[in-house]
Design a protein around this ligand. Sequence first.
Ligand SMILES: [Zn+2]
Length: 354
Amino acid sequence: LEVILSFYNFKNKNKINRVNKCVLCGEKKANLVGKINYFNLQEYNMLQCSTCGLVNADPLPDIETIKNGYSMLYSYEKSLETRKSILRGFGRSFRRGKVFARNYLKKLNVKDDINILEIGAGNGYFSVGIKQHYPNAKITYIEFLKDLVKFYDEHHKEESICGEFSSEIFKNRKFDIIIFRQLIEHLVDPLSFLKEVNKVLSKNGIVFLTLSSGRTDFWLINQKFIKTNKSTNLIVNHFNYFLPETLDFLLKKAKFSKKIAFKYNLKAWKKGLGHKEFNSFKENYIPNVEINKKNSLSVLWKHNPSYITKKLLNRDNLLSLIYSCLNIDKEKRIVNYYEDKGDEFFIIAEKNNN
Ligand SMILES: [Zn+2]
């Protein structure tokens, strides 16, 4: 086993033997750090690998469960959508794509006629935004939800493939940029995925990925488990929680080198280091937001409005919960990749040709 020197350890109950060995390093022992309930389909232990630091679900979810969960998440999100929120989402993706092209691709002197592959592209407007700066770019989408592929065909008129990503699908084709935003947190085996991505990346190509910071993303699940022994409803389908050192390990194993890497951070008063609040944590801080309730805001508000208002005014960490439920467009700031703070990794990496 390759050993990583140091990483953040979540509070844990005890050491246990895993059902499935660690997908990154093969370790069989782990720390029990949480429990999740996945759409009432299955309960999972959340384990932190003592060797590489990865926090993930054990046993590993099977494909059928994940597909069912995805459909449920998709319809849940659909039920919350309004015409206005949909359009705002399109605009946000488009804007971010433009900013990405202008601030990063241009500076990296990426050639004009790039081949872009976007995996799990959501509404697809991120790549459309890139095309504003790279009109000769060729975009390919791959996505397993049929509805989304239909949407790409109708709205973007680019190549779109319905299916699970694998290098087999692309035979001898190579891409100059492969984009997968907020994707690897959802995968059962992120290492195999990245190795497959590497196979279809051109020699001087780059990958662009964003993902939630495991440290801030997982703290609520961890605290609830430690204090109450209860599981948390997993409504965002995140089966993996990455620390910076774990991500480095993953990228290295899949033969990538980081070119540009940092974290986005919400303003400190919006989202703090929740895990530092461990001692003052109480069970009633976490309303059990049920997935079929129409509006998570009203659920939160019913929970205890005066408490929430007070905490809002006091700029407490509970705000992080409210903001994450409201899914408010983030006012982003950049912090160091290895800092404890920050809730989203931004990584541009290249093929490690050695
Ligand atoms: Zn491991």
